[in-house]
Design a protein. Structure first.
Length: 123
């Protein structure tokens, strides 16, 4: 009976660890940063992200939808990869993947992510 409880306990711990690792690799919510010429916002939902860039004058806004994945590189550093699939007029698809350095944390200003050296705070 003790062995059965031990097996069940280990299975539950393994399952909980798996869920926590999955939860750590996904983002949710809106993160923003203000740059010299434009403001950029990332809206994360599931494995999708919408990147919205608005010029400081407000005259130009560009929205691009991607899927994303948070992973680790060979040195163990976190990275984020954005994938965009586009379809041309002939029906052919092109997949573009771009990987950036990535970090996340929390400080006195709130929760943040860092993509390729730029810090974006959660709204």
């Amino acid at each position: 009976m003790k062995k059965l409880f031990s097996v069940i306990a280990v299975a539950l711990l393994t399952l909980a660890l798996g869920f926590s690792l999955v939860a750590c690799s996904t983002l949710s919510g809106t993160y923003s940063a203000s740059g010299l010429l434009a403001d950029t916002t990332y809206e994360f939902s599931g494995n999708n992200v919408k990147v919205i860039t608005t010029s400081k004058s407000g005259s130009t806004t560009v929205e691009v939808n991607y899927t994303y994945k948070v992973d680790k590189d060979d040195q163990g550093n976190e990275t984020i990869t954005f994938t965009k699939v586009t379809k041309n007029n002939d029906g052919d698809t092109t997949t573009t993947e771009t990987t950036y350095s990535f970090n996340r944390g929390k400080d006195n200003d709130g929760e943040y992510i860092v993509i390729d050296g730029t810090t974006y705070y959660k709204k």
